[in-house]
Design a protein around this ligand. Structure first.
Ligand SMILES: Cc1cc2nc3c(=O)[nH]c(=O)nc-3n(C[C@H](O)[C@H](O)[C@H](O)COP(=O)(O)OP(=O)(O)OC[C@H]3O[C@@H](n4cnc5c(N)ncnc54)[C@H](O)[C@@H]3O)c2cc1C
Length: 459
């Protein structure tokens, strides 16, 4: 029987392996770390639940719900409270709601009238380069369609929120293909977003199982723990794929397990590991592919979880959280109001916030000593929320290379990697470095890749 080796037991590798098993394909997952889950990791301390990586997901592709069902953990899915619907943005040093309809937009003080009027030009402007599939930065796209100020306050925060990236260099069609599609299909971004929102609302009214922001009862790592346990001995921890070479029957892998080296043959190899790791693995096979992988940059992120007595908040923090546009003089990138979305994330009588720092804009912040980082996160949060007391709890999670950046030229890089896959049939690049970093999108891609692989191996 042909065997697939998957390198990397993050959500991409785990969900792919699980799907391959369900399709009857023999699979082995090799993970360099001593634990499975990759960026998904949940810490539980002092009654708080702190997510070191992702905290929630919106199952737009209906991929996590069926996966949870197959794993027998559907009952553990935890939908967010209504607060999860409300997104805030910092402007002029204050928090503002992101307006979701025309009336709210007109009432909103997020933008001055001059910027609102400029936004109306979007209704008449022709399609631009993103609609034609050409790359342009998020800043260029946002300024072209909505004007500089509206773009900065409405679109740039998305780059911060999803990629901790720099909107001047992140590619709009690579990082936000939906936005490029809205321009392509509706010409006007405003009209396109309105139509998309209407569609989402109609879906939500029509179906009780329409996508809702969710997590799992005791944290997102319930999902990866369940996947790892289903895989059992088809998952080998502490096993780093060091190198790959082509052999007649497929691929020969050099594997390093605690300093012990061995080789392993596979009919197909999926590299579900970060691009900055994959480059060394493929170097002996193809130095051009390796070089392309090194050109996918990563940024550091530190998440500072701060717990406060509820009485320290002048008013309840009933929102998903806020994003900070680049023009605001704050060192943090934003914060998620963790216990407002999922109340059990903090003990009764306390509130938990997850403050995001670092990213492309302030990479140096992510490596500040714990005390300085906590003080900085608290100071920015206090300024915005009017907190009247210091935190009663602090917890820090750091990632030196947290998130890949889809910078200008990314689509060409991905096309070159796909050409590499065609040059070496049986080799696949999977994971968040290429098409999307969201957990549901990665699980959805795993499903598609598993079906493709099963078909190709059966030939
Ligand atoms: C701080 C933060 C917050 C986020 N928030 C959200 C969110 O709220 N919602 C959302 O949907 N997404 C979020 N994301 C994005 C999402 O978490 C990631 O994109 C996703 O978890 C990546 O999964 P992956 O399997 O592709 O990669 P990873 O999780 O990075 O897994 C790769 C695995 O490969 C292993 N590995 C590396 N090299 C080797 C090797 N040579 N051999 C074997 N194994 C190797 C690693 O140890 C790791 O376990 C967030 C990410 C971060 C960092």
């Amino acid at each position: 029987m042909k065997r697939v080796v998957v390198a990397g037991a993050g959500i991409s590798g785990l969900s792919l392996a699980f799907e391959l098993e369900r399709l009857g394909v023999s699979v082995l997952v090799l993970e360099s770390d001593r634990r499975a889950g990759g960026k998904i990791e949940t810490d539980r301390c002092d009654g708080y639940i702190c997510e070191r990586g992702p905290a929630s997901y919106l199952d737009r592709h209906n991929s996590i719900t069926p996966l949870a069902r197959h794993l027998g953990i559907e009952g553990r899915v935890l939908p967010a409270s209504a607060a999860g619907e409300r997104r805030l943005v910092v402007a002029d040093g204050r928090l503002h709601d992101t307006p979701l309809d025309a009336a709210a937009f007109l009432r909103s003080r997020l933008l001055p009238w001059s910027a609102k009027l400029r936004m109306l030009a979007d209704l008449f402007l022709p399609r631009g380069s993103s609609a034609r599939g050409q790359e342009e930065s998020v800043t260029a796209f946002a300024s072209r369609r909505l004007g500089a100020q509206a773009g900065e306050r409405l679109l740039q925060p998305l780059v911060s929120g999803l990629y901790a990236g720099d909107p001047d260099v992140v590619s709009l069609p690579a990082a936000f293909p939906l936005m490029a599609a809205l321009e392509r299909e509706h010409r006007s971004l405003v009209l396109g977003m309105r139509a998309d929102l209407k569609q989402q609302r109609a879906k939500r009214q029509a179906a009780s199982d329409a996508p809702r922001l969710s997590s799992f009862v005791s944290g997102l790592d319930e999902l990866t723990t369940a996947l790892a346990s289903k895989l059992g001995d088809r998952l080998r921890l502490g096993a780093r794929v060091a190198q790959v070479e082509r052999v007649a029957a497929g691929f020969r892998l050099a594997v390093d397990e605690g300093g012990r080296s061995s080789t392993l043959d596979a009919d197909a190899l999926v590299l579900a590991i970060p691009a900055h790791q994959a480059c060394a693995v493929v170097q002996p096979l193809d130095s051009d592919l390796s070089e392309i992988l090194t050109r996918i940059p990563y940024v550091p992120v530190a998440l500072v979880h701060l717990g406060y007595f509820a009485s320290a908040l002048p008013e309840p923090a009933d929102a998903y959280g806020f994003f900070v546009p680049a023009s605001q003089h704050l060192k943090i990138l934003g914060a998620i109001f963790a216990s407002a979305i999922f109340p059990d994330r903090a003990p009764a009588g306390f509130s938990l916030f997850s403050v995001r720092t670092g990213g492309a804009r302030h990479p140096e912040t992510a490596s500040l000593p714990d005390e300085e980082l906590t003080a900085l996160a608290h100071a920015d949060l206090r300024g915005l929320l009017g907190l009247t007391a210091p935190p009663a709890f602090a917890h820090i999670a750091r990632h030196e290379r947290a998130l890949p950046q889809y910078t200008l030229g990314h689509m060409d890089r991905v096309a070159a990697l796909e050409a590499g896959e065609r040059r070496y049939p049986g080799l696949y690049f999977h994971g968040n470095a290429y098409h999307n970093a969201g957990v549901p999108e990665l699980v959805s891609r795993s499903g598609k890749l598993a079906r493709r692989l099963a078909e190709e191996l059966a030939r």
